[in-house]
Write a protein that binds this ligand. Structure first.
Ligand code: SAJ
Length: 450
């Protein structure tokens, strides 16, 4: 169902409650529970749209940082500092650790973490705690919106039973977040959103709320469809990257250049590349987790092979990189155990300081277990010059193609190494240029094991 004007009958029901009109007049008072990558941009965007917003988080350092006008986020977020400053200055946004601030709020948006546990099953403890806090403290809330990513069935099994204790039960909406660290505001404004509802009256409320901050389609659907679409998006990407990784590993063993393979396949589907880029592993907060949320909805006898295989392929990429190091060291006439290897890039993505599930530390561990002397470097993680980290090493492994690595003076770095050798996990450096500087160069996916 596309967004747009609600039908006359739906409108009649909603205006009876008045929330839709209060949203249109920016009079609805809003609380955002959970001030992280998702909650912060939503809270300050709603304040910028004219709403009175309180942000609630249990972490007092996070709240103090925000109150001081700083972002407690690891990534650089264009435009978000300015929006936070404006929101604080306008008096329309205030962060607090006090759940008492839920009192008098018409709408509560839940943006807490929904991780997986040690058995890769959904861990809904924070979500359930947020719902209980709303039940206890938000007596006036007419609508509760869950932005956290959910395993299908979670709205019905976890959220609804808790909030159904309130009479009348608030309208419950699932509007899964679609923001990517590093472009939180751009995504929040520009990505279409799902408005998952149980009762029709909730549709116009969700559209009325998100229509004030989202400049893209708002698609009203049911809870389970919204839940499944969100986890399926990230599972699709995980599986696509796994295919690229599997092909790159095959290319490394077979002595083939992966990019030739990719280019030929993608030429058949010109509008949308079918094969993505391989890398040292899939990190970040969402892709390593969301496929398990999807798998959790399947019964024990159902096959989840595809999801599991994709996760396994992506999880094994750091081991593949360690094998390339072995191969490089053999070519240099040294054993990995006696090599000094510098691992460049400890975050999960380029030019980001987000370290969640990053492959770099796993490569460090794999090399250390082989007995290598390992030095790790990342300009976004700690101090220490690149030149100092690289000096005296036998092999430099570029795990994450940060700009600092692409723009480095490789001639000088090579001159300071015991052996000038580079392994390029994202194929981001100029291989031929490095070779002409005297480097041994191997790139993941380019016959790297031959
Ligand atoms: N990666 C590759 N090869 C590629 C693309 C990515 O190896 O061709 C690696 C990256 O290096 C990184 C990992 O995959 O380690 C994940 O990066 P990403 O850019 O694919 O995804 P995230 O985690 O930053 O954001 C995803 C996005 N989902 C989709 O693209 C379907 C984003 O839109 C979601 O909002 C976000 O998850 C979320 O919060 O769910």
């Amino acid at each position: 169902m596309a967004a747009g004007g609600p039908s006359a009958s739906v409108r009649a029901v909603v205006t009876a409650g008045g929330l839709e009109d209060r949203l249109a007049r920016r009079e609805a008072r809003i609380a955002v529970l959970g001030l992280g990558y998702v909650g912060i941009p939503v809270a300050v965007s709603l304040a910028a749209a004219g709403f009175d917003v309180v942000g609630i988080d249990t972490d007092d350092t996070r709240v103090a940082t925000l109150a001081a006008g700083k972002l407690p986020l690891a990534t650089r977020e264009p435009g978000l500092d300015a929006l936070l400053a404006a929101a604080l200055a306008s008096g329309r946004f205030g962060p607090t650790t006090s759940a008492a601030a839920l009192a008098g709020r018409d709408v509560v948006i839940v943006a807490v973490d929904t991780p997986i546990d040690a058995h890769r099953r959904p861990d809904t403890a924070q979500l359930a705690a947020a719902c209980r806090a709303i039940l206890d403290g938000a007596g006036d809330a007419q609508a509760v919106v869950v932005e956290s990513t959910l395993a299908p069935g979670t709205m019905r099994r976890v959220v609804r039973p808790i909030l159904a204790e309130r009479r009348p039960m608030p309208l419950l909406i699932h509007c899964p977040e679609r923001v990517r660290p590093g472009r939180l505001l751009r995504n929040l404004r520009g990505m279409s959103r799902l408005i998952g509802v149980e009762v029709p009256a909730a549709g116009p409320v969700g559209v009325g709320l998100y229509g004030t901050i989202v400049d893209a389609e708002l698609v009203v659907t049911d809870w389970e469809t919204a839940e499944l679409i969100k986890v399926a998006e990230n599972t699709t990407r995980d599986i696509q990257i796994a295919l690229a990784n599997q092909l790159a590993v095959a290319a490394d063993h077979a002595g083939v250049d992966f990019r030739r393979v990719r280019d030929q396949i993608n030429a058949l589907w010109r509008s949308e590349p079918l094969v993505l880029e391989p890398g040292a592993g899939v990190g970040g907060h969402c892709l390593p987790k969301d496929p398990w949320l999807l798998a959790s909805v399947l019964p024990p006898d159902a096959t989840t092979d595809l999801i599991r295989a994709a996760r396994a392929v992506n999880d094994r990429m750091p081991t593949h990189v360690a094998r390339i190091v072995d191969r490089m060291c053999a070519g240099l006439g040294i054993g990995t155990a006696s090599a000094r290897v510098v691992v460049l890039g400890l975050t999960y993505d380029a030019n980001s300081d987000d370290q969640r599930n990053a492959p770099g530390p796993r490569i460090v561990a794999a090399l250390a277990s082989r007995g290598a002397e390992v030095v790790a470097h990342d300009p976004f993680v700690g101090p220490g010059a690149l030149s100092d980290a690289v000096q005296g090493s036998d092999v430099a492994v570029v795990v994450i193609p940060h700009r600092a690595y692409l723009e480095a003076d490789w001639a000088a770095l090579g001159a300071s190494m015991r052996h000038p050798a580079v392994i390029d996990c994202r194929r981001a450096l100029e291989g031929d240029a490095l070779r002409s500087l005297g480097f041994s160069y191997r790139a993941l996916g380019v016959a790297a094991l031959r």
